[in-house]
Design a protein around this ligand. Structure first.
Ligand code: PMP
Length: 352
């Protein structure tokens, strides 16, 4: 059939499973185990369904303003989208059109190569070093843009701000996107760089540190010129991406700074304790600045542990990919969830 040749073929990104059964311990998609601010619950309960008759504000200005105020920015320096996946997809479409290869790490967020394929952007994946660190010097080559998560995913390894700055300084002819989905859990944000350089875009999300994965809110922060370019592309694609209940909930979410800080601190404390327990159980644990740990065991394969934990109704993440096949990525859950995980692991490892 003639039309078959004209269908856009893509191999889609595969998100972590969302099991619908109750009683599952879900440590596989880096969600926050604690609820969002009570202010979010209140505003959703009070939301007037009559308002759904109207289209939402296409600019989501209330949300943009709340985010801008939180980070000391102007409204023109903030772009919002339906999760950072939407924001990042818009960035790929807007900024990576040179025909030269986009650079990103070989072990990284597995959506990058999917968007590159979707938008026909050539790319080059640069190997991490032996300790799974990004090597800034490798980014000194001709490119049509750069993107990396910081901390990186699925490793959790943080690139210090000086090293991020070095990458930006050496690449002022292309756009550098820093995907800070996990930055609130221990890293220093590259946000100041958006005013030091003209080519930097910092992307963050409500899905992790702000307990709002189901809300779907992501945002980009950059200079007004690049934010305008993003908005022009967005308005050429779909004007009303953010729905009105989400905009209202998102505003309350950003305003509750105290709630945000408390939940981040709780997760960081559990992460440190969990890293120590994994160490005691003989695991190799990468240093993590995120809300997850990347671990491997010297004598039991990643796949075996993944399957075993799933049989115990504990979901973690595993990839059948070179170099990381033996690793599991484990989201930091509540103290109780982590205790259940460690109980199951001890039973398995001690009965070998
Ligand atoms: N960037 C990275 C590095 C991630 O791990 C994720 C979560 N899958 C995202 C972006 C997207 O998150 P969201 O769309 O929920 O903001």
């Amino acid at each position: 059939m003639g039309f078959e040749d004209n269908i856009r073929r893509v191999i889609p990104y595969v998100p972590g499973e969302q099991p619908q059964s109750r009683g599952t311990i879900k440590l596989n998609t880096n969600e926050n185990p604690y609820p969002p601010s009570p202010r979010v619950k209140k505003v959703l309960e009070e939301f007037d369904a009559d308002a759904l008759r109207l289209y939402p504000d296409p600019a989501a200005l209330r949300l943009v303003k709340a985010i801008a105020d939180r980070y000391g920015l102007k409204e023109e320096e903030v772009f919002v989208g339906v999760g950072s996946d939407d924001v990042l997809a818009m960035c790929f479409l807007t900024f990576f059109n040179s025909g030269k290869p986009l650079l990103f790490p070989d072990i990284t967020y597995s959506f990058y190569d999917v968007w590159a394929a979707l938008f026909r952007i050539p790319y080059l994946a640069l190997p991490l070093d032996d300790e799974f660190r990004i090597v800034p010097g490798d980014f000194r080559r001709e490119n049509g843009g750069i993107i990396f998560p910081n901390p990186n995913a699925p490793t959790g390894v943080l690139l210090p701000l000086d090293a991020v700055r070095e990458i930006v300084r050496n690449n002022q002819e292309s756009i550098v996107i820093i995907d800070e989905a996990y930055i609130d859990f221990g890293g220093e944000s590259a946000l100041p760089l958006i005013h030091e350089y003209e080519n930097v875009v910092v992307v963050q999300t409500f899905s992790k540190s702000r307990s709002g994965a189901g809300l779907r809110i992501g945002y980009a922060m950059s200079n007004a010129h690049l934010i305008r370019a993003l908005n022009d592309v967005k308005y050429s694609f779909n004007s009303y991406t953010m729905n009105s209940p989400t905009i209202a909930a998102g505003v309350e979410c950003v305003l509750d700074e105290e709630h945000f800080r408390a939940s981040v601190e709780r997760i960081k404390a559990t992460r440190e304790r969990a890293a120590a327990v994994f160490g005691q159980l003989g695991f190799h644990v990468l240093p993590s600045a995120a809300n997850f740990l990347f671990v491997s065991h010297p004598s039991v394969s990643g796949k075996e542990l993944f399957d075993y934990l799933k049989s115990r109704n504990i979901y973690v993440r595993w990839w059948d990919k070179a170099r990381i096949r033996n690793y599991l990525r484990i989201t930091i859950g509540t103290e109780e969830q982590m205790d259940a995980l460690f109980g199951a692991l001890k039973e398995y490892l001690w009965n070998q």
